[in-house]
Design a protein around this ligand. Structure first.
Ligand code: F6P
Length: 540
């Protein structure tokens, strides 16, 4: 026997590559007969969610090899470091402690050694008290009227999480009209304000840094809208800041702010005061349910062995597809109108976290990292891009989020039966012989069947994951979003990248400022490349 001179993680990647070369073409459907324990092995229940990864492209052996990779990457050790509040965001020297935000009251989390749970509990209590006062009409606007509408201003992580939550749970909030503004295009604000009365509208400006150009511009516009209609005295009651930089929010003019700390990443922040608008509109009890669902997923992630751990298995399926089988995209289809924003949320969560080209030590990655994530709710997506997923030459793994009863108590079988059918069609496909026979059976002559059979052939053997929940509740939504957060973290650990910074968005921000300077100066500066200078001259 020759002993490997590689590190354990390099050995694990070598074994992974060998498994991919050996098993990558195996037919998924055949694996059920080859391994009678497949369904039990590759399904897992966690925090009210049922996950089925048995339609993924792995054999039993490859599944084991992927688990070995997770072990070799020390997922368990890194997971402990996350929950212990160590500086796992190495480039910014920060802890990453969103689980502390949703832990039961009286917990004992530490960020870089500093106890944080009592502060978390205090902010949560402040939010609840403020929300109850707004809902009861005791916290009023400048003219003494109760608030009936909220305009939530924020972008990226200060927008997408609360939007998913609101869209998912809004039937639970009959009384308050909550609207979101993210885009710096004034049309977004104009549409959000349509029909609203400044006297009864609360504006909540959400920005972790309180420096984001889009958010500050929209906040100025909203303030002007309030100021044009309200007496000066009491205007500040309409204008609330949510931020990790309370001094900046104060300087901007927010008399009242709700704070969170720098160990809350923007795209992981929906569990904090960032969701104040939802806490008010949905009520603190609903928000508590969301937090409890996420905390249940935290407990599962922290305690379940790797081979029964939902976020770990989801992460491994993605890594197997991306790095083993060369599939650089994944589609997510929530089969529930309530979850229609999930793909947009996941785009930021996954692509901003794991769209990285260097390892934690700064050396270049030698493997692919985050795939392109895209999606639409089902069944809408079926009538748009699913053609490509069934018959395009690239294999695009699919993820179906399935809700048994999406509306009131009726099991929405037309909805979820479509999701099941898609997963089945992707896996089974249809051979040319089958297509030919069907054409003949439907009355085509042989020449016609010969001509059309290849067009009606489905290669099949295309992977999918199903995530099933009984209903869209605060708890299941919390668990689902936390599942994806931990999945993203595990992928980052295995790719050995920092999932918690986002330097890639900075360059564009800096250049946009420079272009605005050129606009103010009346034309392109000499420093601009000819293409950008031409575009600027056309637009100015
Ligand atoms: O530009 C990207 C980003 O920094 C995201 O990471 C963040 O969620 C978003 O902008 C908004 O930032 P902020 O909450 O500081 O306004």
């Amino acid at each position: 026997m020759t002993l490997s001179t590689q590190t354990p993680i390099a050995d694990a990647w070598s074994a992974f590559d060998a498994a991919a070369a050996r098993d990558g073409q195996a037919r998924i459907v055949d694996q059920f007969a080859a391994d009678p324990g497949r369904l039990a092995r590759m399904t897992v229940e966690a925090a009210g969610l049922y996950l089925d990864l048995s339609k993924q492209s792995w054999t039993r052996e490859a599944f084991g090899t992927c688990l070995d990779l997770a072990r070799a990457a020390d997922v368990e050790g890194r997971r402990s470091a996350l929950f212990a509040g160590e500086a796992i965001n190495g480039t910014e020297g920060r802890a990453v402690l969103h689980p502390a935000l949703r832990a039961a009251r009286g917990s004992n989390f530490h960020a870089l050694g500093e106890a944080v749970s009592s502060e978390v509990d205090a902010v949560r209590a402040d939010m609840a008290a403020y929300a109850e006062a707004v809902r009861a009409g005791t916290e009023t606007g400048a003219t003494g009227k109760a608030f009936t509408a909220i305009v939530h201003i924020g972008i990226g992580g200060s927008d997408l999480g609360p939007r998913v939550v609101w869209d998912a749970l809004r039937p639970l909030a009959p009384a308050i009209d909550l609207r979101f503004v993210a885009n710096i295009d004034p049309r977004d604000m104009a549409e959000a304000l349509t029909g609203l009365d400044p006297e009864t509208t609360l504006v909540i400006v959400v920005s972790k840094t309180f420096t984001t150009q889009e958010t500050l511009a929209n906040a100025e516009a909203a303030r002007a809208w309030l100021a044009s209609a309200l007496p000066e005295d009491g205007q500040d009651r309409h204008f609330i800041g949510v931020t990790a930089a309370p001094d900046r929010a104060k300087a901007f003019g927010c008399a009242r702010t709700f704070a969170f700390r720098d160990w809350v990443g923007g795209r992981y922040s929906l569990w904090s005061a960032v969701s104040l608008s939802c806490v008010i509109a949905l009520g603190p009890d609903v928000f508590d349910g969301l937090l409890a669902g996420a905390a249940a997923m935290d407990d599962h992630f922290a305690e379940a062995p790797l081979d029964r751990n939902a976020p770990v298995l989801m992460a491994l399926a993605q890594i197997w597809n991306v790095d083993g089988l060369g599939r650089p995209a994944r589609t997510v289809a929530p089969y529930a109108h309530a979850l229609r924003r999930l793909p947009a949320f996941l785009q930021q969560l996954e692509m901003e976290s794991n769209g990285k080209r260097v390892h934690r030590d700064g050396s270049p990655v030698t493997r692919q990292t985050c795939p392109v994530v895209f999606g639409e709710p089902g069944t809408n997506g079926q009538h748009a891009f699913f053609q490509q997923i069934h018959q395009g030459p690239q294999v695009v793994p699919a993820e179906f989020v399935i809700v048994r009863a999406t509306h009131e108590d009726a099991p929405e079988s037309p909805l979820w039966s479509n999701a099941l059918a898609q997963g089945q069609a992707l896996m089974l496909g249809k051979t040319t012989e089958q297509a030919h026979a069907e054409l003949i059976a439907s009355g085509a002559d042989t020449a016609e069947a010969d001509r059309l059979a290849s067009h009606k052939t489905f290669p099949g053997n295309r992977p999918s994951t199903a995530i099933v929940m009984e209903r869209v509740t605060p708890e299941t939504v919390g668990a689902l979003l936390a599942l994806y957060e931990h999945k993203t973290f595990v992928e980052g650990v295995i790719w050995d990248i920092n999932s918690f910074d986002q330097w890639g968005v900075e360059l564009g921000k800096v250049l946009a400022k420079a272009i605005l300077k050129d606009v103010a100066a009346g034309g392109p500066s000499d420093a601009l490349d000819p293409s950008t200078a031409g575009l600027l001259s056309r637009l100015i």
